[in-house]
Design a protein around this ligand. Structure first.
Ligand code: B3K
Ligand code: ZN
Length: 870
């Protein structure tokens, strides 16, 4: 019997958490794999934890075939919408459940499904309940034994978590393999894969001498795209030992790359399943950004083995316990291996752009949400990226040594258990002695705080005071806000570029000020002349900063700040001043003062700076980031100003950009960090030069002479943004070459999605019939349609409303086939109140149309309702 959700979705609240009534010590699973009728037998050893003779199991889209307790058929049960209640149970019992499922019909890609020719699973957050009836909650930890049986020819590899303990052949052409995972785990970390693959193998010896077999499974023919993933895995294992003292704990670590996957990757114990985008790369198919993305995601999933798997979450409201912490760890990994400044800049761009936007939207929530309808809706930038900033602030407050002591205590206390965010903060506090009482508010308060900072210099007293006023605007679900504990990292510079010691009340203070009050003044002594303050260095807290800097001060900081991030940030603030003033008057002629242009010229010509860093200094805030500065967004005005300022810089600095471009010409391709940096700067120069007379010639030449994907895509992307004459020729050449490879074609789809031309939407519709496109594949959807909705502001928000109509059409289709992907795609529509009234009405009409669907999935239900009631 298959059940469909019929009732209105209900919300769950963090405050209602109850520990489980029962737990399972061991579960033995047997899978008979068949495309549309897979049989799953689950035998669990269940034990009562409190006085209850009824157990509630979760289950969705399952056909129940057998239910036995202690070997007896059991009729004392109720099949409910979303699960099963079994009654009159003894205090300890063996439960046998047989279910039938249909992997082939599973287009939602949650539970057991087919990706191309292979079977695979995705169980986080609540997908295991689509495999069998079970207590599908992270605080029930069991030892899993899994036997997988399938046709031997089609599925020579049968994989699951843990160690392979047995295997055999059956006489009907089928075979089986048995796996055992010694580490008790929640069901969301379960995984199964069956298919035919090419395998890249290697080995890692941990520092205590454990030999670990490393295996990466890719589609046949893709072996030459797997080595970078393997190198990244080995680097991750080594880094976690060196920086965190954490070692791997099984004899085998497997990664499987699949083409159909709702997100980036999944940290299943010993058997990670990855979106092929985060595994496959060679110089012909992947850009430098792809290579770095693979390193980060491989690292992220590996680091989850401790922060996520060994210590998991008590309930899903605690998701940031594992995600915020693991993002922090992967960011540190990338920073230790590559450029710390460039990594920090890119992380901050995500916070200031899409995370701030999310926190100002109807979906705003604290990093530890209080109310959830569909858990998949909370794998957000807030939980992940802001969550990581919260961990980073603790790292700033405690220092590396204090933080590592905290980590050690956290593992001593919670290894092998399901923990809470509070447990983590308590461990940090107890290990370091640093008071985090007020700091805990970061877990419960949503929204982006603003720091309004003013200063006063007293020449007689030789003091400089900074007054900091903090405030957080009300958010959708939380009107009252309190003052937070904000680590505020600053420096004060003499005009010589030397930094003053920060003396408060006669004592030397650290650079990190503790902002804890709604308004607070810090008085620095011994300041001989008015200093230039460098504020919120390293982006020491995820806040908006307002300080009335003059151009001269910002240019000074661009040159003299001791910290690269602060130099970059000064450049961004300088650009922001001009962007804001021109957006306020879109008829004004866009010009920049000579000193401003010279400041950027100086950066470009400064050979003491890393090329990768110069590239970041010359990269503007995105349209999305700029939009976040306003309550009412002038979509077209912002686009026009950003383009005009880019043109001004391109014209003023043509010679220097051109000289740098040619000086950085490379012969052979390698993915060393220094070379990635050079390519990045060279391609930023090309992006500007595309707006000059030589643009078309240079771009075309780079495309045809390129020996790697980074330079190829940089040329195409410059042609796309500047709408060069060569754009169409390059696009069709690329498509001819790569039309058989969906992953490589994603870059092409993305360029169609972000095409600024006025016919973009009709080209996008045409692209949907490209042989590489499929509405079943989340990567294709994100590349073409996601890019249009998120990164093509002018065309998506065209006043005709056609962009919105298109979005509505796609969302209604995906609501049925893949609600999780639909729910990601809808985000830009939720922010409709940011636009003018005509646009608001058009977007609202699309949301209303979705709301009136009688089969609206709970993923969309939650977001659409929040947006409309906002
Ligand atoms: N933990 C998974 C994400 C699961 C998302 C479920 N909708 C990947 C990660 O964060 O590492
Ligand atoms: Zn994660």
């Amino acid at each position: 019997m298959t059940q469909q959700a019929t009732t209105q979705p209900v919300a769950k609240y963090r405050k209602d958490y109850q520990s489980p009534s029962h737990t399972t010590s061991d579960i033995d699973l047997y899978f008979e794999l068949h495309d549309s009728a897979t049989i799953v037998t689950a035998i669990s050893q269940v034990k009562q934890l409190r006085d209850s003779t009824t157990v509630e199991l979760d289950g969705e889209q399952l056909g129940l075939q057998t239910l036995q307790v202690n070997g007896q058929d059991w009729s004392e049960y109720e099949l409910l919408d979303g699960g099963l209640k079994i009654h009159q149970l003894p205090s300890e019992f063996e439960l046998k459940i047989v279910t039938q499922i249909d992997p082939e019909a599973n287009t939602a890609l949650e539970g057991l499904y087919k990706s191309g020719g292979a079977f695979c699973t995705q169980c986080e957050a609540e997908g295991f309940r689509r495999i069998t009836f079970y207590q599908d909650r992270p605080d029930v930890l069991a030892r899993f034994t899994t036997t997988v049986e399938a046709d031997k020819n089609t599925y020579p590899y049968l994989l699951s978590n843990g160690n392979r303990i047995d295997s055999g052949d059956l006489d009907n052409g089928r075979h089986w393999v048995k796996w055992q995972d010694p580490h008790p785990k929640p069901a969301y970390l379960f995984a199964l894969v069956a298919g035919d693959f090419d395998v890249l193998t290697d080995q890692y010896v941990t520092r205590s001498g454990r030999e670990v077999a490393l295996e990466i499974f890719v589609d046949k023919g893709n072996l030459n795209r797997a080595p970078h993933a393997m190198t990244s895995l080995i680097n991750s294992m080594k880094w976690d030992e060196e920086r965190f003292g954490l070692e791997y704990d099984l004899d085998i670590y497997m990664i499987v790359a699949v083409d159909f996957f709702n997100m980036g990757a999944m940290e299943n114990k010993g058997l990670n399943v990855f979106n092929s985008k985060y595994v496959l790369a060679n110089d012909q198919t992947a850009t430098d950004t792809d290579y770095l993305g693979i390193e980060a995601v491989i690292g992220h999933e590996y680091f989850h083995n401790w922060t996520g798997n060994r210590v998991t979450c008590q309930d899903w409201f605690q998701l940031s316990l594992k995600e915020g912490l693991t993002v922090f760890r992967d960011q540190e990994f990338s920073s230790d291996l590559g450029s710390r400044a460039v990594n920090r800049i890119n992380n901050v761009r995500i916070i200031r752009g899409p995370q701030f936007a999310e926190d100002a939207s109807p979906m705003s929530h604290p990093i530890r949400p209080d109310k959830v309808i569909e858990m998949n809706n909370f794998y957000t930038l807030t939980v992940y990226e802001k969550g990581s900033e919260v961990i980073r602030m603790m790292h700033t407050l405690l220092g590396e040594e204090g933080f590592q002591k905290g980590m050690k205590l956290y593992f001593e206390r919670h290894d092998g258990t399901a923990a809470t965010c509070e447990n983590f903060v308590a461990a940090m506090e107890d290990a370091s002695g640093v008071d985090l009482k007020q700091f805990r508010l970061w877990y419960s308060q949503s929204g982006t705080p603003t720091l309004d900072v003013t200063s006063h210099y007293d020449a007689d007293k030789q003091t400089f005071s900074l007054t900091v006023v903090q405030s957080t605007e009300p958010t959708h679900e939380q009107k009252e806000k309190q003052a937070l504990h904000i680590p505020f990292d600053i420096e004060l510079y003499k005009y010589t570029g030397e930094a003053y010691s920060l003396i408060i009340d006669g004592k030397i203070n650290s650079n990190v000020l503790d902002v804890t009050q709604p308004e607070q003044t810090f008085v620095f002594e011994g300041i001989e002349s008015a200093p230039v303050p460098s504020l919120l260095r390293e982006f020491s807290a995820p806040v908006k900063l307002n300080y009335a800097y003059s151009d001269e001060e910002l240019i000074f900081l661009m040159r003299h700040a001791t910290n690269d991030f602060a130099r970059w940030d000064a450049g961004q603030m300088l650009l922001a001043k001009y962007i804001k003033s021109f957006v306020a008057d879109t008829n004004a002629v866009v010009e920049l003062p000579t000193e401003v242009v010279d400041a950027f010229r100086g950066v470009l010509l400064d050979n003491t700076l890393e090329p990768a860093f110069i590239a970041e200094m010359l990269t503007f805030p995105s349209h999305n980031e700029v939009s976040g500065w306003y309550k009412r967004v002038d979509v077209d005005g912002i686009a026009k100003v950003l383009k005009s300022i880019k043109q001004v810089i391109a014209n003023e600095l043509t010679d220097e950009l051109s000289a740098t471009y040619f000086a950085l010409t490379q012969q052979a391709y390698s993915i060393e960090h220094a070379e990635i940096g050079q390519r990045s700067l060279r391609n930023v120069c090309l992006g500007y030069l595309a707006y000059t007379e030589q643009g078309n010639t240079l771009v075309e030449k780079q495309y045809y002479s390129s020996n790697n994907m980074t330079d190829t895509i940089a040329a195409m992307s410059a042609a796309n943004s500047a709408q060069l004459a060569c754009r169409e020729t390059l696009m069709s050449d690329y498509s001819d070459k790569w039309k058989h490879d969906g992953l490589v074609m994603d870059k092409w789809f993305m360029l169609q999605g972000t095409n600024p031309a006025s016919n973009a939407l009709s080209v996008i519709r045409e692209s949907m019939s490209h042989e590489a496109f499929s509405l079943k594949n989340p990567n294709r959807i994100r590349s073409l349609i996601g890019a249009f909705l998120n990164n093509n502001p002018v065309q998506f928000h065209a006043t005709t409303g056609e962009g919105y109509g298109f979005a509505g059409e796609i969302l209604r289709q995906l609501n049925e086939s893949n609600p999780q992907v639909a729910s990601r795609l809808i985000d830009p529509l939720l922010k409709f109140r940011l636009y003018d009234e005509a646009r608001q009405a058009q977007i609202k009409a699309q949301l209303e149309a979705l709301k009136s669907m009688d089969n609206l999935a709970k993923d969309l239900f939650e977001k659409v309702n929040k947006a409309l009631e906002s």
